[in-house]
Design a protein around this ligand. Structure first.
Ligand SMILES: [Fe+2]
Ligand SMILES: [Fe+2]
Length: 301
């Protein structure tokens, strides 16, 4: 157990908000990002994991809760659970649209993910599962920063509904960035196991996401196309090139997610939402790099 946990939480937790998003996130067209179908399928594949991964994180956190001797951390854990529960329900609605569009691989991918997380839950120790949770959350923080920084390139002119689902999710991932770290640190505080969790969670998610987007691209006939393969390599290179330095800093023995500055755009998004500007959550993908005005409504797409 580490002494750092008492001081560690609080930075993002004060503004951790459970939001019931007041609009639907369902795409209106076959591809929600026709300019970047390869990126769309990377996101679709990652989304398929959410209704399995996030309930697994929640179950691990529920097992940890009675062992925690810090009421403030328990309160943060409760908010974390509520945020994750909202995420996976909205992702499930979105994922079902992929099935209804006729993608046959979705059921198979979902079956694999369900088995993976059932095995982890039943066979691994709480220490391992909390290390996985922390590894995933630190990676999600890195991915969230990357998506927000590169939002105009990745999501520009795409379907507002799906862009808004993804960016809302990652604003909240950044808000609860400290919780899994603090729970793991409070109960186990092991650098070795934290890194095991990080490497395992990263490899597992990337492996399953890779299988998923390959299958989705094959069904669209894009996997066989050399120009699509080139677009895939380019977008993967860009995304991984932006994530890698952020991921490497998690390896530092003194790493804590509170050290990572929250992106201004994410803070502005949360402030506008808090001010009751719910419409702004439905982002205008034609001007994603425009500053989010606080105190006035944005036009919706
Ligand atoms: Fe989440
Ligand atoms: Fe999370």
């Amino acid at each position: 157990m580490s002494n750092t946990s008492e001081a560690a939480h609080g930075a993002g937790a004060d503004r951790m908000t459970v939001r019931d998003m007041p609009f639907d996130f369902l795409p209106r067209t076959q591809s929600w990002n026709p300019d970047k179908p390869e990126f769309a399928h990377i996101v679709n594949s990652a989304s398929l994991a959410m209704p399995y991964l996030e309930p697994y994180l929640i179950k691990s956190m529920r097992k940890a809760r009675p062992l925690i001797r810090d009421p403030e951390l328990q309160t943060e854990l409760d908010k974390y659970i509520k945020q994750e529960a909202t995420h996976y329900r909205r992702h499930k609605e979105f994922n079902d649209t992929l099935t209804s569009k006729g993608y046959r691989c979705v059921a198979k991918i979902e079956e694999k993910l369900a088995k993976d997380y059932a095995k982890l839950e039943s066979r691994r120790s709480l220490r391992f599962n909390l290390a996985y949770a922390e590894g995933f959350e630190s990676m999600a923080l890195a991915i969230g920063e990357m998506l927000i920084e590169d939002r105009e390139y990745l999501f520009g002119d795409s379907d507002s509904a799906v862009t808004s689902l993804i960016l809302w999710h990652f604003v909240e991932e950044i808000e609860h960035k400290n919780v899994a770290f603090d729970v793991f640190d409070h109960l186990y505080g092991s650098y070795f196991w934290r890194i095991v969790g990080l490497v395992y969670a990263t490899s597992h998610i990337f492996w399953r996401t890779g299988q998923g987007y390959r299958a989705l691209l094959k069904e669209d006939g894009l996997w066989q196309s050399s120009s699509s393969r080139w677009h895939l390599v380019k977008v993967l290179g860009r995304v991984l090139g932006n994530i890698t330095p952020k991921w490497l800093r998690i390896l530092r023995p003194g790493y804590h997610p509170k050290q990572i500055k929250d992106p201004d755009w994410g803070l502005a998004w949360a402030k506008a939402f808090e001010d009751g500007l719910e419409d702004m959550a439905q982002l205008d993908t034609r001007q994603l790099n425009a500053p989010l005005p606080v105190g006035q409504r944005l036009e919706t797409v």
